[in-house]
Ligand binder design. Structure first.
Ligand code: 1X7
Length: 319
């Protein structure tokens, strides 16, 4: 195949494999059988081997870097990654609801989302390309873990629109991967991870991206950071529509609640059902849904006044 034809085919394969990867890892709905995906990937590898100048950074072959890095650079977050205030029961939650109504008036609605028990990350995209990713750190300064985040198949290397923005989400290790990893470590006499959150954090802090790539990490994106445009008028629209349209994996269990009673019912539902999830959650995030109301409420030094996290009671440790 001559070089012109090769370039056309490489671009076509990159687009095809990006879309198939999105269907498989983000939507959890494979578009083609694995054998077809592998065949196309091998065709791309062959063409990239023949024409190395046709290897593009957002090619699916470029997810796992070759050599371990020596350390993680520091990254200063454009806008601090704040933490959430916590509520530990119905009374606390009703107090939060009262404060929200006194601060933002009427017409308040909430969006409730599962609080993923993983590691908070910030992902930066320029013209739709993934350029940098960092841990939360102390909220102002985190660690540059781009090479390890690139190995997570649910993190798009190229968005469906050429936008420049920063998004935030939670990297986690599915329960099944956690148990398999600990079984493997047990067989090797290695120290076990205490829980999926520690396993995810330990995996993202590996200096060798090949190790991170082997850990089956996953991600849910839940917000737009930075001072960029916010899309739509509500969190629900932003997360449900805009982030998904760009190609991000968002958690589908979110629900708009018009009253604190509905929030309590959602909490009750997931207190009962969280063991059925394929990933761990440690609570429920409750956010005022309309951005205008969020602006009325503002922030404390550490946290938004328009959001809180209902924390599940610590589980009884079976002795
Ligand atoms: N859906 C969300 O907003 C969400 C989910 N899971 C989490 N661990 C966190 C943490 C912050 Br801070 S927000 C958030």
């Amino acid at each position: 195949m001559d070089r012109i034809k090769a370039e056309e085919r490489v671009n076509e394969l990159n687009e095809l494999l990006r879309n198939y990867g999105h269907a498989y890892y983000v939507l959890d709905k494979p578009a083609v059988p694995d054998a077809i995906y592998d065949q196309l990937l091998n065709e791309l590898i062959d063409l990239e081997t023949l024409y190395p100048d046709l290897i593009f950074p957002d090619s699916p072959t470029q997810r796992v870097g070759g050599t371990p890095i020596s350390n993680f650079d520091k990254v200063t977050h454009e806008r601090p990654m704040l933490s959430l205030s916590n509520v530990f029961g119905e009374e606390d939650l009703r107090e939060f609801d009262k404060r929200v109504h006194s601060g933002a008036g009427n017409g308040i609605e909430y969006v409730c989302e599962l609080k993923i028990d993983g590691l908070a990350v910030s992902l930066m995209y320029e013209d739709g390309k993934f350029v940098k990713g960092a841990t939360r750190g102390d909220g102002r300064i985190g660690e540059d873990i781009t090479v390890n985040l690139r190995t997570i198949r649910a993190i798009p290397l190229k968005l469906k629109q050429p936008v420049t923005l920063e998004v935030r989400g939670e990297v986690f290790m599915p329960k099944k991967s956690f148990h398999a990893l600990n079984e493997q470590r047990g067989e090797r006499g290695e120290e076990l991870f205490a829980n999926p959150r520690n396993a995810a954090a330990g995996s993202l802090r590996q200096l060798d991206p090949k190790i991170a790539a082997s850990r089956n990490l996953d991600v849910f994106i839940y917000g737009i950071g930075g001072d960029g445009e916010t899309y739509g008028l509500t969190e629900h629209d932003e997360s449900l529509n805009y982030l998904s349209e760009l190609g991000f994996k968002t958690n589908q269990e979110r629900q708009v609640c018009s009253t604190v009673e509905e929030v309590l019912a959602y909490i009750e539902k997931w207190t009962e059902s969280r063991t059925k999830l394929s990933y761990e959650i440690d609570g429920i995030v409750i956010k005022v849904n309309r951005f205008l109301h969020q602006q009325d409420l503002g922030f404390t030094a550490k946290s938004p006044k328009w959001a809180t996290a209902y924390k599940f009671p610590a589980e009884e440790v079976m002795t």
